[in-house]
Ligand binder design. Structure first.
Ligand code: AMP
Ligand code: MN
Ligand code: MN
Ligand code: MN
Length: 289
């Protein structure tokens, strides 16, 4: 009789998933089609596009993914607020054509233009020669955000790196920062649910808002993004405890924004999304791979 151990692992091979990504539809640097090609190249089998305040790239992304045998999920990253702070809320698998979603995206696109004009005024008064039209050349499809302004400042040589534009001028405490009238987290939860989707709080480690989570759970919050490049292990453990306490879904992502530098492709799909978390997420979405 064999003395071999019988505890042979029975888990299936890991499914590579990347469910928090940005394209040229907002502040990412690759088009939805280029992202789909990257997903194929990196072995990602489950992909969601989560542009800021829009699902405008979702139809193109779905078609590009289908062509490559990749499962695509509609996504959005809503810019919301709570307690006077900006809070990002991820929506998954909702109807991208839902009236309230379309109206929200349209309103935000206009609000982002107006806010960018105000930020351009600020950088001009700081002595930088940057115009609104110049910002547009750094955005392919609109939905203007601070990264477009940061890239314009960098292209002009005003800052040595894009990051430094944030550190010195565009961070929330920076002299060129302008906020917006974001919707509340509660309204963001309702918006996504009304369109038939799931709601996951994006990178919650960035906020000091744990006490609010119980209320958002009552409102219907479905999950927490536990693993994110901005979280360390201490934050992960803290969030895990909260997710377990409220029986929430757990997700992991790279929050990929793309980059022309090929070595940065490495981030895409490389975050460790533990199979148990992914299984629960896919089960809720009725996805089988
Ligand atoms: P906005 O939606 O216009 O306020 O821009 C937010 C985006 O700017 C985020 O989604 C990130 O892509 C980027 N961002 C925000 N804060 C920073 C930061 N401190 N350093 C680098 N990028 C940042
Ligand atoms: Mn972004
Ligand atoms: Mn975010
Ligand atoms: Mn994001």
């Amino acid at each position: 009789m064999s003395t071999r151990a019988t505890n042979t692992p029975t888990t299936r091979p890991t499914i590579q998933a990347e469910i928090h990504t940005h394209s040229t539809e907002s502040d990412g640097q690759l088009s939805p089609d280029e992202l789909a090609a990257l997903a194929e190249r990196t072995g990602v089998r489950l992909w969601a596009l989560t542009d800021h305040d829009t699902c405008g790239g979702c139809v193109e992304a779905r078609a590009a993914a289908r062509k490559r045998g990749i499962h695509f999920i509609n996504g959005i990253e809503i810019s919301a607020q709570a307690a006077g702070r900006s809070v990002h809320v991820l929506g998954y698998d909702f109807d991208h054509d839902h009236r309230a979603i379309r109206a929200y995206a349209e309103r935000m696109e206009g609000a982002r233009d107006a806010r960018m004009r105000a930020m351009v005024d600020r950088v001009q008064s700081l002595g930088f020669d940057i115009t609104f039209d110049e910002i547009l050349t750094h955005s392919e499809r609109g939905n203007l955000g601070r990264p477009h302004l940061a890239r314009a400042m960098h292209a002009r040589g005003y800052v040595p790196t894009v990051q430094e534009a944030f550190d010195r001028y565009l961070g929330t405490d920076g002299p060129a920062y302008v906020g917006m009238d974001w919707i509340s987290v509660d309204d963001a939860i309702d918006l996504i649910h009304d369109a038939g989707g799931l709601v996951v709080l994006a990178h919650p480690g960035r906020y000091d808002l744990d006490p609010h989570i119980a209320r958002w759970v009552d409102r219907g919050l479905d999950g927490l993004e536990i693993r994110h490049p901005s979280h360390d292990l201490v934050i992960e453990q803290r969030l895990l405890a909260i997710a377990d306490r409220y029986d929430l879904l757990k997700t992991a992502s790279s929050d990929f924004h793309g980059a022309p530098a090929p070595e940065l492709d490495d981030a895409f799909g490389r975050v460790n999304f533990p199979p148990a978390w992914l299984d629960a997420f896919m089960a809720r979405l009725n996805v089988e791979l």
